[in-house]
Design a binder for this molecule. Structure first.
Ligand code: DC
Length: 221
């Protein structure tokens, strides 16, 4: 099995880079954030308080998540409903940033992540993939960009989707999400030895895809 693990902060461009890379390599792009988002959506739809750890953890037995991969696109199915678009709303980003810190939520997702990596050649993308989920992946990358660059990218995405939001708010929100990713007790986001670190603040998507592709193919000497 070929496994490529990719970590990075929110809005570090992991999604688009991994999609393009997966297409170029002819393997699956497995977006693990979508699983945390689907759990966040369930919490939202059922009016569960995201700060109530016990309530969130005990609803997991009512959640069934399937991921389908179709021509480079990942489809996320929550209890038999395709929720691929709904999970991208900013309320859901906020909720899942809180609920993804809970131990049973992480264990629930870990089972899906590890069992998938045994079945397919894939690029698995998210947080703590390089350090905890697939520490023995064939290749490991950590993608980063400055907070200002990430905030600007996310702001433009949200404005395009019609959300009424300011750049300052987006930046504040990203800072808070970074804090939760770095400070959580279980499998926080960290850069480990043997992981290639790439700051893409001043790179185009194609330059970054090319750099990772050449690294995997051993052409990046
Ligand atoms: O990458 P994303 O924005 O779609 O991730 C959604 C949330 O899930 C984010 O708050 C971080 C969390 N997450 C995580 O803790 N571990 C992962 N492997 C992927 C995402």
């Amino acid at each position: 099995m070929l496994t490529i693990a990719v970590d990075g902060y929110s809005s570090s461009g992991k999604g688009i880079v991994c999609t393009k890379l997966a297409n170029k390599l002819g393997i699956i792009h497995f977006d693990t954030g979508a699983i945390y988002r689907a759990i966040g959506l369930y919490v939202y739809q059922n009016e569960i308080n995201p700060y109530d750890k016990d309530a969130v953890e005990s609803c997991l037995n009512q959640i069934h998540i399937d991921l389908k991969h179709n021509n480079g696109e990942q489809i996320t199915i929550l209890n038999n409903v395709n929720v691929s678009d709904q999970i991208r709303a900013s309320e859901i980003s906020d909720i899942c940033s809180i609920t993804s810190t809970y131990p049973k939520v992480r264990e629930f997702v870990l089972n899906i992540q590890r069992s998938s990596a045994k079945k397919f050649d894939l690029i698995m993308e998210g947080r703590s993939i390089t350090s905890h989920v697939l520490p023995n992946a064939n290749f490991k990358f950590f993608l980063d960009a400055s907070l200002d660059v990430r905030a600007q990218r996310r702001y433009l995405d949200l404005v395009k989707k019609g959300e009424n939001i300011t750049l300052e708010d987006v930046k504040k929100d990203l800072k808070e999400r970074d804090r939760r990713d770095i400070e959580r007790d279980i499998s926080p986001l960290i850069l480990t030895e043997g992981t290639y670190y790439i700051d893409n603040s001043n790179m185009t998507i194609d330059e970054e895809v090319d750099l990772i592709y050449r690294t995997i193919k051993g052409e990046n000497k």
